[in-house]
Design a binder for this molecule. Structure first.
Ligand code: TXA
Ligand code: MG
Length: 371
């Protein structure tokens, strides 16, 4: 099966196209659709067979639950068992928008959708096409990001087509997504709310509404320690990763740039095809250079991150060396998290790297490339 792709206007999507897509959802099929964060792979959240298909085509581990997308506040009460004052306030303030709330689930939601948990993740996306699709289908839509499991999330319909084009029914293409990283996942099932995944709504914005929240250690993008049981099953898998090996260099900016440039030089001198992910238009020598834009505009950097990683893969680079982003305010925390996670933990300190490159370039090479 090759997916049909329909171009839709974001502000005024053609009702005929939307109802065709809604028919697919109602019949238990799969529709990829745009949200304000990334493209989602949608199925009827209340139809277990449709949801099973999502897991299958994505190659997603069955213990990693899906987000349920809704189009009205009433829908929240149909999928949640309990909606406390915090959920109410946050939904009123941020929906439609990039905030996912973890709440006690209703028995109406099939086990497979929530991977057998007694909680459900719910959000109302801020995108006309998504909202119209949910409304017209007349059911909540379960949707993970529309990429193969582990790959960078799709910010363009073309990415969906690359990853899943042969396995799904239909793709609604409304152009690039606004935010470029996924929604913030906030667990409200404990006394003190916890950000399980930083995203489009910042910690500061949430705290302004409900007071202090915790940030789960894995939200910093450090590797999950096996043995501890994860709050969010998605935490324990490698994510957002390009096919190339990604090395993130963190530290003081000038040192970071020197270290990135020297590492890229070393690798290229040994015949490796290298990509560099920089910022501020700083000029690097590499087989391909992508720039995430100004350091003072992390929103733009977040929007460009996944598409840049995919472009590097298309150019066939073997190693990507990236300047780190460490600012934790606003969208910064999400950017830091995604970049670190995409590297699978290959995060190096610039000062260490500069010293090592001077004293023992061969051991740096072996460390980076493996033996
Ligand atoms: O922006 C987004 O959130 C996009 C768009 C399509 O809405 N969706 C998305 O879905 O990123 P996905 O499946 O790629 O990520 C959902 C995350 C996973 O880390 C999953 O483990 C977590 O939410 N999650 C889902 N249900 C959960 C639950 N009941 N408890 C804890 N974590 C949950
Ligand atoms: Mg995902």
């Amino acid at each position: 099966m090759r997916a049909r792709v329909y171009r839709v206007d974001r502000e005024a999507p053609d009702p005929e196209v939307i109802s065709r897509a809604a028919e697919v959802i109602r019949a238990g099929g799969l529709v990829a659709f745009p949200t304000e964060t990334v493209y989602g792979l949608g199925a009827d959240a209340l139809n277990p067979r449709a949801v099973e298909k999502v897991f299958r085509v994505k190659g997603r581990p069955p213990d990693n639950p899906l987000i349920i997308h809704i189009a009205s506040f009433e829908d929240l009460y149909s999928v949640a068992e309990e909606v406390d004052w915090r959920a109410e306030k946050l939904a009123r303030r941020f929906w439609p928008g990039p905030l996912t709330l973890i709440v006690k689930r209703s028995p109406r939601v099939p086990d497979v959708t929530v991977a057998g948990l007694d909680t459900a993740a719910v959000r109302m996306p801020r995108h006309n096409v998504a909202l119209k699709l949910i409304e017209t289908s007349e059911r909540p839509i379960a949707a993970p990001s529309a990429n193969k499991s582990g790959k960078p999330s799709p910010t363009l319909a073309a990415h969906v087509l690359q990853d899943l084009g042969d396995e799904i029914d239909l793709i609604l293409d409304a152009g690039p997504t606004d935010i470029g990283v996924e929604s913030t996942v906030l667990d409200l099932t404990s006394e003190r709310p916890v950000i399980l995944r930083p995203g489009g709504v910042s910690r500061e914005e949430i705290e302004a509404v409900i007071g202090e929240v915790e940030v789960h250690p894995s939200a910093l993008g450090l590797l999950f320690h096996s043995g501890e049981s994860p709050r969010s099953p998605g935490m324990k898998y490698r994510h957002y990763a390009p096919a190339a090996k990604l090395i993130v260099v963190e530290g003081e900016l000038e040192e970071v740039r020197n270290a990135v440039a020297s590492l890229a030089d070393l690798l290229m001198s040994r015949g490796i095809r290298v990509g560099v992910l920089g910022s501020d238009g700083y000029s690097y020598r590499a087989d391909i250079v992508r720039d995430l834009g100004s350091r003072s505009n992390p929103l733009e950097a977040a929007r460009r991150l996944f598409v840049s990683l995919r472009e590097m893969d298309e150019e066939g680079v073997e190693v990507i060396v990236a300047e780190g982003w460490e600012e934790e305010k606003g969208i910064g925390l999400a950017l830091k998290n995604r970049l670190r996670k995409a590297s699978g933990g290959a995060v190096l300190r610039a000062d260490w790297l500069l010293r090592a490159l001077k004293t023992s370039p061969s051991s740096v090479y072996t460390e980076v490339m493996g033996t």
